[in-house]
Design a protein around this ligand. Structure first.
Ligand SMILES: [Zn+2]
Length: 182
């Protein structure tokens, strides 16, 4: 249960948010939530497959991640795929400590503008900037720029290019691990 809080600290550092940042999570941002935290606050089309990271507090003021905020890698890892999601692009990585060379557990960083040279097969270092949050200002959804993070256990050996949202949104084919508790 240490990786997630450590990652939030790394995210704050990567964006020079200062040491006194408290991250804020509304219920709709949490895994398995059925609710939207944006627009009309209605129902999501499907239960949420991960956690959304966006709001934080400094002192008495609340902020959200700036468009183009920098996204670091949680740990050393191997890039398995990059694919589109409904806002931007997703990067699929297997991290050290999670079956590095025969991945059963993958991390999906979503709603991003990914660094161009990061392609499947590339290794990333812990803390390396892998992307920026996707600028959503031209999207109709009125979603703020944010990082969506999923942790997914694969049930069977999967070709790398099939590691995408068709698979990740199919609950019969994958198990979701809550990234908050890793
Ligand atoms: Zn999300």
């Amino acid at each position: 249960m240490e990786r997630f809080p450590r990652y939030l600290t790394a995210l704050a550092r990567a964006n020079a948010l200062g040491d006194k940042v408290s991250w804020l999570f509304y219920p709709g941002m949490l895994q398995e939530s059925q609710d939207k935290w944006w627009d009309d606050f209605g129902r999501r089309p499907a239960a949420h497959e991960g956690i959304d990271i966006c709001y934080f507090r400094q002192g008495k003021n609340q902020f959200s991640l700036a468009k183009n905020a920098q996204i670091p890698a949680m740990d050393k890892g191997l890039i398995l795929n990059r694919c589109e999601d409904f806002l931007g692009e997703s990067l699929v990585i297997t991290h050290e400590g999670f079956d590095h060379f025969s991945p059963k557990v993958v991390f999906v960083y979503s709603h991003l503008a990914i660094e161009k040279d990061l392609t499947p097969g590339c290794l990333v270092e812990k803390g390396q900037i892998i992307a920026r949050v996707f600028d959503t200002s031209r999207k109709r959804s009125r979603l703020l720029p944010h990082l969506h993070l999923s942790c997914i256990e694969l049930m069977e050996k999967t070709p790398l290019d099939a590691l995408n949202w068709n698979l990740f949104s199919d609950r019969k084919k994958i198990n979701l691990i809550n990234p908050v508790f890793i």
